[in-house]
Design a protein around this ligand. Structure first.
Ligand code: URA
Ligand code: SF4
Length: 201
């Protein structure tokens, strides 16, 4: 597959980018997923948060972070003093990747090829929005933004100056949900988001 590049229009108009992304065939994921789930939020949000890929709920509704991970993220944003309505939320990969188990669709990690194929959309979103701060939620987003050497465990919760914006990586809200010590993982997640809030203040 050719990657998303040839589907990305040369415009910084977010609505045009979103419309074009509906027809992306830059990798094989568009074949089985229901729809493209593009980013959502203010056109000139000061903060962009990047997840991994849409999940089952996101694929069905077309909106990012509306399932269980999104519910946890909402709560953590509130606890960190960040207004979700002020955040542009998107994903590194814009189609749902899954395996079927009976009637259930089980999330599958996107591969390197799919992440690389989809990054032109993320690049176009960031060039259009020009946020002050980019927050990577989990390793897939962090690799898309910082490269494959980046290690969340080592670098999380630190503000990094990257070209025209600041960036910070933390864990994915799904990792908090899966954590054996959920309360601690949640507090650490909110701690990282509080660092992000302070950087925006
Ligand atoms: N997980 C993500 O990374 N993104 C979503 O939009 C939903 C769940
Ligand atoms: Fe295009 Fe990204 Fe969807 Fe692949 S995952 S088809 S590159 S929008």
């Amino acid at each position: 597959a050719p990657g998303a590049e040839e589907f990305v229009p040369h415009t910084s108009d977010l609505a045009q980018l979103r419309a074009a992304a509906r027809g992306c065939q830059g990798c094989a994921l568009h074949r089985r997923a229901t729809r493209t789930v593009f980013g959502e939020g203010p056109e000139h949000a000061r903060v962009v948060m990047i997840g991994e890929q849409p999940g089952d709920r996101e694929d069905l509704t077309g909106h990012p972070f509306v399932g269980p991970a999104g519910t946890l993220l909402d709560r953590a944003l509130t606890d960190a003093g960040i207004d979700r309505g002020a955040v542009y939320l998107t994903n590194a990969v814009k189609h749902f990747k899954f395996t079927e188990r009976g009637k259930r669709r089980i999330h599958q990690r996107p591969g390197r090829t799919e992440i690389v194929a989809c990054t032109p959309w993320l690049g176009a979103e960031l060039r259009s929005i020009r946020p002050q701060l980019v927050v990577c939620l989990g390793a897939i987003a962090a690799q898309a933004v910082f490269g494959t050497d980046f290690r969340i465990s080592r670098e999380r919760g630190r503000v990094i100056v990257q070209g025209e914006h600041h960036a910070l990586a933390t864990v994915h809200p799904s990792a908090v949900l899966r954590s054996p010590d959920r309360a601690v993982a949640y507090d650490e997640f909110v701690g990282d988001l509080t660092v992000a809030a302070a950087d925006l203040a």
